[in-house]
Design a protein around this ligand. Structure first.
Ligand code: ATP
Ligand code: MG
Length: 439
């Protein structure tokens, strides 16, 4: 779990804000899902063989109620299951489409390593819509990927990130392919060229082995026979690719791409950083999950497709590329009172004066400044202010303010507050007026 000092905290918040802005452009509205859910929600949705359910859930038994019953609760490891539960419990499975965006902390008890944390942040979109009646429409596939791509471009990551796509087909196609894979991996299991975890998965979900990051499994994965789709699936997959071409979204097909969670069918995709080793390279991933709503007890089938992105990895890649997306820096203005302020009444006066400045600032809708006080020049320096204002007041006389630009040493102005308000307001307008636009 990580602490975020101000600079990185600002970087993380800004990524989340850009995600939300882009999502809004695509009609996704923000929702909030609880951080604690029943553990059974994830068992049912993610699959018993998923990494998350097998070993990563932070789950615990809640206190017993008066009937001596208790629930097993779990800190959310991801957002999709909670979103679908929310759709069902709020009776919205027939009020479609619903297009939602979420963002927040997720928890997985993973082996700590670079790019993998036990508390991390994800943002994501989920597009919940009516199942296709006759002809399958690929517009949602294209739309959610376009949304993700626009988000990554806005973060400045266009040149270091690649889109990988695959089509997992329907239940029968997956069952057929699972059988092919089972036979393939069994050979490797016999020769002890498969990890224990993958041997375990061989029984129930050989497909999942393709997602293994364990180095022991890599040869078996590379040699695995490709997924052969039936005609309808292949046609749809081709149509998606044609759309990406016409929208100029670069992509490559990867038949090994299966995603780690059980609920996916049809189209799946990942955006991968092209220089990082595979285990930590995925920054954003998603796909279609049409079966999940009914699986979680929804009465009506709901078609769904979405993605989730890991904010820490995005931040790290931005840092590697030296891309600065933290908020435009706030101009810090530190006021230091002269000795007379250190006497009791004057101390309060200085705080009042600063509060007055803040009021003035708010009244004018200015943005981008922080006013605060320090008791000495040395203390002020440590906070790295842009301007230092020495405020002097002699008994019975108006305040005298001398504002110095710390980096140039220039005295920006030197005036008597009560007689020169115009002057100070001009300075505020020059420096902070109309600066609300996003750089
Ligand atoms: P992986 O295969 O890397 O374990 P996953 O399939 O478990 O990923 P998803 O559940 O699809 O990942 O989550 C989407 C994104 O969330 C990932 O692509 C990644 O950027 C981020 N993410 C997942 N787990 C972590 C973690 N433990 N720490 C930081 N980011 C994470
Ligand atoms: Mg994982």
């Amino acid at each position: 779990m990580q602490d975020f000092l101000p600079a990185r905290a600002a970087g993380l918040r800004r990524i989340a804000r850009i995600a939300e802005d882009v999502a809004r452009l695509y009609g996704f509205e923000r929702v909030e899902i609880p951080i604690l859910e029943r553990a059974s929600l994830y068992r049912r949705s993610l699959g018993l063989d998923s990494d998350v359910v097998m070993k990563e859930m932070y789950s615990f038994e809640d206190k017993k109620d008066k009937n001596d019953r208790s629930d097993e609760l779990c800190l959310r490891p991801e957002g999709t299951a909670g979103v679908v539960r929310m759709l069902i419990e709020n009776g919205l499975t027939q009020t479609l489409p619903q297009r939602w965006f979420y963002e927040g902390a997720m928890f997985r008890r993973e082996r700590p390593q670079r790019g993998r944390f036990r508390q991390f942040h994800q943002c994501g979109v989920e597009c919940l819509h009516k199942p296709a009646r006759d002809v399958y429409n690929i517009d949602k596939e294209v739309e959610v990927v376009a949304c993700a791509w626009r988000f990554l471009i806005k973060l400045g990551l266009k040149d270091v990130i690649e889109l990988k796509i695959n089509w997992l087909g329907n239940t029968e196609e997956r069952a057929r392919y699972s059988e092919v894979l089972r036979q393939h991996f069994q050979q490797y299991a016999k020769n002890e060229a498969l990890s224990d975890e993958s041997i375990e998965r061989l029984k129930r979900s050989p497909l999942r082995i393709l997602d293994s990051k364990n180095s022991v499994d890599q040869e078996a994965i590379e040699k695995a026979p490709p997924f052969v789709l039936n005609k309808i699936s292949q046609d749809n997959f081709d149509k998606v690719q044609e759309s990406f071409e016409s929208l100029k979204i670069p992509y490559s097909c990867d038949t090994r791409l299966v995603r780690g969670l059980d609920y996916y069918n049809g189209f799946v995709f990942e955006f991968v950083e092209n220089r990082t080793e595979r285990a930590q390279a995925t920054v954003l991933a998603g796909g279609r999950y049409d079966g999940l709503c009914v699986e979680l007890g929804g009465k009506n089938p709901v078609s769904a497709i979405g993605w989730a992105a890991g904010l820490e990895r995005l931040l790290e890649f931005q840092e590697n590329e030296k891309i600065q997306t933290a908020d435009p820096r706030i101009t810090k203005i530190c006021l230091i009172g002269n000795d007379s302020f250190k006497a009791s009444d004057y101390g309060r006066d200085l705080v009042n004066l600063i509060e007055d400045l803040r009021n003035e600032f708010c009244k004018n809708n200015f943005s981008g400044a922080a006013f605060f006080e320090s008791s000495s020049y040395e203390e002020a320096e440590k906070t790295k202010p842009d301007y230092i204002a020495f405020v002097a007041r002699k008994e019975g006389q108006p305040y005298q303010i001398k504002l110095t630009n710390v980096s140039t040493g220039d005295v920006v102005f030197d005036f008597d507050l009560h007689n020169s308000e115009v002057n100070f307001n001009n300075w505020l307008v020059d420096n902070f007026g109309n600066k609300n636009e996003d750089p």
